[in-house]
Design a binder for this molecule. Structure first.
Ligand SMILES: [Zn+2]
Length: 330
């Protein structure tokens, strides 16, 4: 008999969250999350995952034997077929070729699958969120970086090496800023929350005044460790702060230019935009939507539906659990 639950894990750039999910209804029964930082070993990374999975099972009061499987999505390059983490630039440069699915299976005794973090979110939104009833869409998540996935005929389009949908690493300025991946002018270097933080800190260093210095007590604009959270950006925009508003409008325009290229190239029925900063800051979503339609070919730009993701923090864990359950029950 098919089991009612599966475990989903979403391993992002700043936090890792696990949830026990009722996969028939798309409901989270119990969750557990912790902040992440960089890792120097595969063991340390796996320990972090075991900790959140154990925590989620305890909070859900569900036994692992009642779960069909474990699905993990991680911000990195994965070999889905072999359940292998090939590498993760944002989390660790030393962790390569980590057999995550096998290690999870060994520890919990149930099937385990591995995907990248945007792919799991796209599946979550497709099954229970803003992608419901739509088999042909793009998912773009703005956070520490910018991730994307292409869903075609209800299936994630992996590409020849699993990299399809990497909109964050498309070129929007030929001689632009250096991106985290090392190349120049990529969208992620202009419109991720990390990029917006850098721009705002730069303006503060240049002596401009902003409500940011009131909202984040003791902020040091010369530090590389400052991260301006989505909720702070929202408050600043609401207070009509000029520096933050300019930064958001500029980032939104770049997102729109990137999306317009995708609209012309893929001609999707729908685009789902997610991530904390999209969720919190309407101005960013609206600016991105305006420029997408403005810059795309007229017919494709007019017909594409642009929506916010609906599952919030849960898109990834729900999608990961759904993939695990589908795989186990196949
Ligand atoms: Zn890049």
């Amino acid at each position: 008999m098919a089991k009612n639950y599966a475990i989903g894990v979403d391993f992002g750039g700043t936090k890792v969250i696990a949830a026990v999910v009722d996969t028939a209804r798309g409901k989270v029964k119990g969750e557990f999350k912790i902040a992440t930082s960089a890792f120097d070993s595969g063991d340390a990374l796996m320990e972090r995952i075991f900790e959140v999975v154990d925590g989620a099972l305890a909070n859900a009061k569900v036994s692992v034997d009642d779960c069909a499987g474990i699905g993990v999505g991680i911000a990195g390059q994965v070999d889905a077929e072999r359940g292998l983490l090939i590498g993760t630039a944002n989390l660790s440069r030393s962790v390569v070729d980590l057999p995550m699915a096998d290690l999870l299976k060994k520890r919990y005794g149930i099937p385990a699958v591995l995907r990248n973090d945007v792919q799991i979110a796209a599946v979550g939104e497709n099954r229970f969120g803003a992608g419901k009833g739509c088999d042909d869409f793009l998912c773009v998540f703005i956070g520490t970086g910018i991730g994307g996935a292409i869903v075609k005929n209800g299936e994630i389009l992996p590409g020849a090496s699993g990299n399809a949908g990497e909109i964050g690493h498309t070129t929007i300025e030929a001689h632009g800023r250096v991106c985290g991946c090392g190349a120049r002018g990529h969208l992620e270097a202009y419109a991720s929350r990390t990029a917006m933080t850098k721009v705002i800190l730069g303006e503060l260093r240049r002596g401009r005044t902003s409500i940011i210095t009131d909202l984040i007590e003791g902020i040091d604009p010369t530090s590389n460790d400052v991260s301006i959270k989505s909720g702070i950006l929202k408050k600043a925009v609401k207070a009509k702060d000029v520096v933050v508003t300019e930064t958001i409008v500029e980032a939104g325009k770049y997102i729109g230019l990137g999306l317009a290229s995708m609209v012309n190239f893929v001609n999707p029925q729908r685009i789902i935009l997610g991530g904390g900063v999209i969720d919190s800051v309407d101005l960013l979503f609206e600016t991105a939507e305006y420029w997408t339609r403005h810059e795309a070919l007229p017919h494709a730009g007019a017909m594409v539906e642009i929506r916010k993701a609906e599952l919030g923090d849960y898109s990834g864990v729900i999608g990961a659990a759904v993939i695990a359950a589908d795989t186990a029950n196949a």
